[in-house]
Design a protein around this ligand. Structure first.
Ligand SMILES: [Zn+2]
Length: 113
């Protein structure tokens, strides 16, 4: 399962950070999650909870910060939010769009004790 692998990756980062900071508990994790990262948030939460049992991250407060899908038009220089995966510039109808955000999948913020 896709989300299980992602949750494992996140847990690795978190536990590594906790170990380097001699933490005894991970209290908060915030993830940056792009709209286009293709992650099921419920599944990710569930996998993370299951994997983090009996680790420093057990029972941590995991929040997801969703990043909208934004495109920059190379023809008219407008930056707009892309709705419903319609990859056309709403200003000039150009398909010459560059994705500037929405693919993120990373730990944004960590709090340990
Ligand atoms: Zn445009």
């Amino acid at each position: 399962m896709h989300e299980m692998a992602i949750a494992e990756g996140i847990l690795d980062i978190v536990l590594d950070y906790a170990a380097r900071n001699q933490a005894t508990k991970v209290t908060k994790i915030q993830l940056l999650l792009g709209e286009m990262s293709g992650v099921e948030t419920d599944a990710l939460q569930f996998c993370f909870e299951a994997l983090s049992k009996k680790t420093l991250a057990e029972g941590t407060n995991l929040t997801l910060h969703r990043v909208p899908l934004m495109g920059h038009c190379k023809d008219c220089d407008a930056t707009t939010q892309i709705e419903r995966y319609r990859f056309l510039c709403p200003h000039c109808d150009s398909a010459n769009l560059e994705i500037v955000s929405g693919r993120e999948l990373q730990v944004e913020f960590l709090e340990v004790e």
